[in-house]
Design a protein around this ligand. Structure first.
Ligand SMILES: C[S@@+](CC[C@H](N)C(=O)[O-])C[C@H]1O[C@@H](n2cnc3c(N)ncnc32)[C@H](O)[C@@H]1O
Length: 378
């Protein structure tokens, strides 16, 4: 396999006309008022990804490492700040040429310090977000030209810029998911101890009554094991799983069998009853870490692993978009995907489940509305 990253000579301006089939970015759905917010949000993804111990390691020889992508994104933000400034200050400027692949080699992206790049990227994102915020209302249609002749307005440049950021965050999505898991690994005991006394008993009792005593339940994201104990105390038979090795080791040390399992990619078959579907799925506050575009696949895989009529119960945070956060008992950054009731209901229904309810409730911290989904395998 080649160790050389193939130079990107494609003209990406088509993303202004149709959705990107890879990252899903849809320029027609973006308005200029959202540009600064998306730029700032995107920078927090890189801040998290650059905390990974292997941020400088390429996933394959010919693909940039998260560090190299981060350097590129930092420089994209810097270049676009210059371009917006030129378009506002001068009439129909032609932008100086920028060869991104030459820059990566000349600037030795692969050898830069991830901690330094993280700060530089946040600064560059803040600076270019401010540039867009200070575009005078009448100036969004001012024109500028790339050295290859492509014509932009300030508006189309901004919307084109966002695709670059969204697409590169998509390029490192596996590393981003790992950053969330590593944050849990590092704080597993603190999370278990800090959440042990949060009572979810009414939900557990209701679930047990609906699924039936003796039912075999697959738990996704058991965390510190609080819910599994509660479910067992009302007569259910729980398979504890978590994508975080830290949690799995902790549960084992506490004397419970537990498996490392990613519901997006791993075999969901029950090792204790091979080939026999589960009677239900319990996933409290775990599927909120699944990327929006992956949740349908996860729900479909869970449906395939569940007997007809089996009961799915999961919870996510209500809201819009995605955000990284360091709140609660976990020190490292975790990415949360927020959901609204109706699109979530449609998604679950379309993934092999009959939705019984999508109910809002107030979380333990009382500052967040959650959505509890209950659905039967169709
Ligand atoms: C907020 S904790 C909730 C843990 C436990 N269910 C509870 O309610 O206390 C989130 C859980 O989701 C798991 N998780 C992280 N990324 C995940 C992913 N991509 N898919 C499924 N679970 C994930 C974490 O390891 C963790 O156990």
């Amino acid at each position: 396999m080649s160790e050389v990253v193939v130079p990107d000579t494609k003209d990406w301006t088509w993303v202004l006309d149709r959705p990107c089939p890879e990252c899903g970015y849809d320029a027609s759905a973006v308005t200029v008022d959202r540009i600064p917010e998306v730029i700032r949000d995107s920078a927090t993804t890189w801040e998290a990804v650059l905390t990974l111990a292997d941020a400088a390691v390429r996933p394959e020889p010919g693909t940039w490492s998260p560090l190299e992508y981060a350097c590129h994104v930092r420089d994209v933000n810097r270049i676009f700040a210059v371009r917006v400034g030129l378009m506002v200050d001068e009439d129909e400027p032609t932008f100086p040429n920028w060869d991104q692949d030459e820059t990566a080699i000349e600037e030795r992206y692969a050898e830069q310090d991830p901690a330094v790049v993280s700060v530089e990227l946040l600064d560059a994102a803040a600076a270019v977000a401010e540039c867009y915020e200070s575009v005078p209302p009448g100036a969004w249609s001012r024109r500028g030209f790339r050295s290859n002749g492509s014509e932009f307005t300030v508006e189309s440049l901004g919307i084109y810029h966002l695709h670059d950021l969204v697409h590169h965050a998509w390029d490192v999505r596996l590393a981003a998911a790992r950053a969330t898991v590593e944050a849990y690994d590092a704080s597993a005991a603190a999370f278990r101890d800090g959440t042990a006394r949060e009572s979810i008993d009414p939900m557990v009792t209701g679930y047990a009554a609906a699924v039936g005593v003796g039912s075999r339940i697959l738990e996704i994201g058991s965390g510190g094991g609080r819910d599994a104990k509660a479910l067992e105390s009302v007569g259910l038979d729980v398979r504890r799983t978590d994508v975080s090795v830290g949690f799995v080791e902790l549960m084992r040390a506490d004397g419970y069998p537990a498996d490392v399992l990613d519901p997006l990619t791993d075999d969901l078959d029950d090792p204790e009853r091979p080939g026999t579907p589960y009677d239900g799925i319990w996933a409290n506050a775990s599927l909120l870490h699944v990327e929006r575009g992956d949740l349908r696949v996860v729900l479909r895989r869970l449906a395939d692993a569940t007997a007809a009529g089996g009961l799915l119960r999961f919870s996510v945070k209500e809201g819009d978009g995605e955000r990284w956060s360091t709140h609660g008992h976990v020190a490292g950054p975790r990415r949360f995907t927020f959901w609204r009731a109706e699109p979530l209901r449609e998604l679950v229904q379309g993934a092999g489940w009959d939705v019984e309810a999508v109910d809002p409730y107030l979380g333990f911290q009382s500052d967040q509305i959650w959505l509890e989904v209950r659905a039967r395998k169709a």
